[in-house]
Ligand binder design. Structure first.
Ligand SMILES: [Ca+2]
Ligand SMILES: [Ca+2]
Length: 424
């Protein structure tokens, strides 16, 4: 066997072992058998793809955890789907830097587990996470592009926990829990939701959801539905709802909450969100007005609303220290009306009435754009948080110096000997 033959035969070569013992690192190059490598890889192994090829295979396995990643400078395509990765409680995947032409389908009807870490993926099809029975799935998704509909749905002891950061969802994202299922501790941070986000919880009292929405862009709004005996807990801070550069929002609503029937618990808090450009800004509706209001807690503070109808129904909740453009609740709880003077997608422009009008007691450290909060925007010496998702920043000193310099030149010109002589 010559050297060339040796290289060819070891193109699926094993570079090292790691803490998993039998786990290995497998290098995949152009034309290699990725499907075969996945099938033979032992628990804990890493498959590193040094190729821009298209590999025809699903990413699918049971009872093991595999890492599959594009090597630096490569962007391989997987012609297939991420499907059925589940099994014993160490089952899962870490997938990085791949174009996946299909979708994601990870579901179960039994006692299984799946832990997925998805980074910098393009998902061509629909993504579904769900199941019935004691299926527990944990997803950490960062900087992925989801081109299809994303669905998280389960019943009967299904349990989902998620962290989503920097993803783009080109279509709707639907989350639903039915009987005895729960979505727990799920955080959405800096995602771009281009479709509508709808989450509904319907079922007996183990239905539980704990959402955090932080600095996301909901281009077509957020709808939460809490059905019979269910619990809905969430916070939403520094999010942007809608867009001012589009006339496609039609009859849509920025934030809609519908609570149903009996034994429902709602505990929600909105702080510093901007809702602009919708037919309706906020619509909070009870199915039944008769049930116990002590289970319902919903507050809005430092909000900026500028829609055709800012608040349609407001059956529960309190809103304070907010700019409600159409004048609803103006003069109560620190709310005020009027035109906010907004730039692209709801940024406050110089002179806006939303500057320094919020309540510092609920201030976050950073705004939607990641700029620091609680700045003195009206130059009265008192830093006060603004309403909405963006904190207004006084223009940089450079422009002030330019203005000053212009002023000085003008004064010099006015005071110049020639000018003085001309003036005589
Ligand atoms: Ca301010
Ligand atoms: Ca001030």
């Amino acid at each position: 066997m010559n050297t060339r033959e040796l290289i060819v035969l070891t193109s699926l070569c094993i570079l090292s072992t790691n803490a998993f013992g039998a786990a290995t690192t497998i290098i995949i190059s152009d034309g290699d058998d990725l499907a075969g490598a996945i099938a033979s890889a032992s628990h804990g192994s890493t498959i590193e793809i040094h190729s821009n090829d298209t590999f025809v295979t699903d990413l699918s396995w049971s009872h093991k955890y595999l890492t599959i990643e594009a090597a630096e400078g490569y962007r391989p395509t997987i012609q297939g789907s991420i499907i059925g990765i589940k099994g014993s409680n160490r089952t899962g995947a870490a997938l990085t830097g791949l174009n996946v032409t299909g979708g994601i389908s990870v579901d179960s009807t039994g006692t299984t587990y799946s832990t997925l870490r998805l980074t910098d993926l393009t998902i061509g099809g629909n993504a579904g996470f769900g199941g019935t029975g004691e299926f527990r799935i944990d997803v950490d998704s960062r900087n992925c592009q989801y081109n299809g509909t994303t669905i998280i749905s389960g019943t009967s002891d299904f349990s989902f926990g998620g962290y989503f950061e920097g993803n783009t969802f080109a279509d709707d994202i639907l989350m639903s829990t039915l009987t005895d299922a729960r979505i727990r501790n799920t955080k959405f941070y800096e995602n771009d939701f281009q479709g509508r986000v709808i989450s509904q919880s319907i079922g007996p009292d183990r239905s539980l959801r704990q959402y955090t929405f932080d600095r996301n862009w909901f281009q077509r709004g957020l709808e939460l539905v809490s059905g019979t005996y269910s619990t809905l807990e969430f916070t939403a801070t520094n999010n942007l709802f809608g867009r001012l550069d589009s006339d496609t929002l039609g009859n849509e609503t920025g934030f809609e909450l519908r609570t149903g029937q009996t034994q429902v618990t709602v505990d929600g808090e909105f702080v510093n969100n901007t809702i602009v450009g919708f037919a309706t800004g906020i619509d909070v509706t009870l199915y039944e007005s008769s049930y116990s209001p002590d289970k319902l807690s919903l507050s809005f503070v430092n909000m900026l609303l500028d829609n055709m109808d800012d608040i349609k129904n407001f059956d529960i909740g309190t809103i304070y220290s907010s700019l409600i453009s159409d004048g609803t609740f103006a003069g109560t709880n620190g709310n005020f009306g009027g035109q906010p003077i907004l730039g692209l997608n709801g940024r406050l422009l110089t002179g806006s009435i939303g500057i320094d009008r919020g309540n510092n007691a609920v201030a976050s450290d950073f705004d939607f754009a990641g700029n620091p909060r609680v700045l003195d925007g009206d130059l009265d010496g008192i830093p006060v948080i603004d309403v909405g998702a963006f904190e207004y920043m006084v223009p940089e000193p450079a422009s002030i110096w330019c203005a000053l310099a212009g002023c000085l030149l003008t004064m010099r010109w006015l005071a110049s000997p020639n000018r003085l002589r001309q003036a005589k």
